[in-house]
Design a protein around this ligand. Sequence first.
Ligand SMILES: [Zn+2]
Length: 249
Amino acid sequence: MKNMLFPLLLLCICFAACKKSADLPAGDPQTEYDNAKKVLAYIHDLGFPSDKIVENANEFIVEEDIIFPKNMQVPDAKVKTEQFYTGSLVSSGNVTNIRLMVDASMTSMLSEINSAIAQWNGVANCSINWTVVTSGTYDVLITNSNLGSGVCGQGTFPSGGRAGNTIRINKAQIAGNSFAQRARTICHEMGHNVSFRHTNWSAIGESSATPVPGVGGTDASSIMNGGQCGSGATVLSTKDKQAASALYP
Ligand SMILES: [Zn+2]
């Protein structure tokens, strides 16, 4: 009996440490299926075309770089209809301390990660604040992942008032890029995790996006332009910063 209890306890600790409160608890298959259907409807509501949605076992991948976990909490309120966002924000209590766990597979790019963090944390009049944690509770895990040729990284939109819980970086893909471009990829994905969509959403085939109040239109300098792996803006544009402070004052 004593021997049985110890592994069980370890298992519980692991589950407690790994679970994100924004996710729904693992339920019966029907509940999980129903929630996945809601997530898919949400993706369509956001204006992403069907041919840009790829279904995997536990998530949908949209436009190759945005992750929608099938167990994510879909916002109740209908998304309002440029800098653009999902309509679902990180709560004011959570955005001031977004704890980023750097997986061991990404520690070789810690300098790039810190550079990206400095950009978001440096926006004036904006409450977004990322911190790197190496143990304990975290909000977002950044990890290396083989995403296939041409895909630099993937971010996750916020859910349940929390930052999206996953960032995947295709280290093999970006290794040959400049430091600034490697940091750009990370900075861009972090933007998705706090709700930013692609500023150039219309040009790349999406049907609608929610403009950040007062900050609309296209912006060639936006770090949140999509499809610019290895070639896009390397610093947050003036409008990116305006949008960040408008959403998270
Ligand atoms: Zn993107």
